[in-house]
Unconditional design. Structure first.
Length: 407
């Protein structure tokens, strides 16, 4: 059998995503789980939710719940005001609120005859491939044991710069991780509108193919949670890329999930890609944070786009970020268009040295013989139309390389 030619994205020769037909991730926001004034658990909602999950489980669905609410509940227990609480107060609140939340889930789940497990995730668990797979294996083991995994970000140990920040994208990453078929995002509104729903003439959107059409109009956030409709759109895009369909709907007291599928109420459906790339490509391409970036000259950028080359040290114009070997870098052309994302062979210090002295042997610059390729072609995924492109980092964070020295 001949090996397919390299070129275009890695999707051509990587194994495809196999979507698990029976797997579903349900994400529930703080505004449904916590009473906004008293900051106490909304028992009635949690009862309805777990009752509905019990129904899905009985139908043979493997359900994973991504639950917010720990910070809001914890702030209530600490007597703090969500509107003014700072980062440390919220971290402490998460430590207080999370066991409270899980305790409520556990009591109610046991009434429905199943058990729950707590899975607290950090940004690194999603961005680092080894940790990503490790987390995946754990969740799958829990599902095999018939336990409902309840996922949240480990807010207590994560600070602003190194956190996911919203459970919409966290849930989408979990959906990618598990190759789930459906992602259900339950929120306080019935779905997506084509502009701020408070504006006159706002139209409900039933179906979304390209979430990029709605990013601008969805920039407001809810009072209790961290997300808003924009993070839901970003999440839906990640799910789409992995062949998973997202349903955004209001979290009702009765049949909050099954009511969507039986058509009892309206919802927004963000339709899955029918031909998703491999799970490795999807993991690599959909990022939650930018570890670093590289700008390459125009001609090499064109050759990268056509799949001919990777990122070579001599082609680098500037770079940003304090990254490590194995991190995913965003590659831009000189016009600021994002071309690709790929795994770097070098940390930022070494990459900078190689880019500044492409003409010198690496034995002299790095002290050992090394390749002049910063990102290998096979570890570089070219961005396609359906990917959400990122902006370049601010100018003050960028290091210019300067013209290669002539020696
Ligand atoms: N992880 C946060 C919490 O449990 C919620 C993040 C969000 O609202 O999306 O409270």
């Amino acid at each position: 059998m001949s090996r397919p030619a390299l070129g275009g994205s890695r999707k051509n020769f990587e194994e495809k995503v196999l979507v698990s037909q029976n797997r579903m991730v349900v994400k529930v926001g703080s505004s449904l789980l916590v009473n906004e004034e008293k900051l106490t658990p909304s028992y009635a909602f949690i009862h309805g939710l777990l009752g509905d999950i019990a129904t899905l489980r009985a139908e043979g669905k493997e359900v994973v719940l991504t639950s917010s609410g720990s910070v809001a509940l914890g702030l209530g227990m600490l007597g703090a005001d969500p509107a003014t609480a700072g980062v440390q107060e919220k971290q402490a609140a998460a430590a207080v609120g999370q066991p409270m939340l899980l305790n409520v889930y556990k009591q109610i789940a046991l009434e429905y005859g199943f058990d729950i497990a707590q899975v607290l995730i950090t940004l690194e668990d999603l961005e680092n491939r080894r940790r990503f797979l490790n987390t995946r294996n754990t969740i799958i083991r829990l599902l095999e044991r018939g336990i409902l995994p309840i996922v949240n970000e480990n807010d207590t140990v994560t600070t602003q710069e190194i956190r996911v920040g919203d459970n919409d994208r966290l849930a989408a990453k979990v959906a990618q991780m598990l190759q789930a078929q459906d992602l259900v995002i339950l929120t306080s509104i019935d779905g997506l509108y084509d502009r701020n729903p408070d504006e006159e003439g706002a139209q409900f959107v039933e179906k979304v193919d390209d979430v990029a059409d709605y990013l601008e109009v969805t920039k407001s956030t809810s009072s209790l949670g961290s997300g808003g409709m924009m993070t839901k759109m970003q999440a839906a895009n990640m799910a789409q890329n992995a062949g998973c369909t997202t349903y955004i709907a209001e979290g009702t007291l009765e049949r909050p999930v099954t009511g969507i599928f039986s058509g009892e109420r309206r919802y927004t459906e963000c339709v899955a890609q029918t031909d998703p790339a491999s799970s490795w490509s999807v993991w690599l391409t959909d990022r939650l944070a930018m570890a670093g970036s590289i700008v390459v000259r125009s001609n090499p950028a064109r050759d990268i786009r056509s799949g001919e080359i990777g990122v070579r040290a001599a082609d680098v114009v500037s770079m940003s970020g304090d990254f490590n070997k194995g991190d995913v870098l965003h590659v831009f052309d000189e016009d600021g268009h994002e071309v690709a994302r790929g795994l770097t062979n070098y940390g930022s210090q070494e990459a900078l040295i190689l880019a500044r002295h492409p003409d010198l042997p690496s034995k002299e610059t790095l002290g050992y013989a090394a390749s002049d390729v910063i990102i290998n072609r096979k570890n570089l995924i070219l961005l396609e139309e359906h990917h959400l492109h990122w902006d370049q980092p601010a100018e003050e964070d960028v290091l210019e390389i300067g013209e290669p020295s002539q020696s």
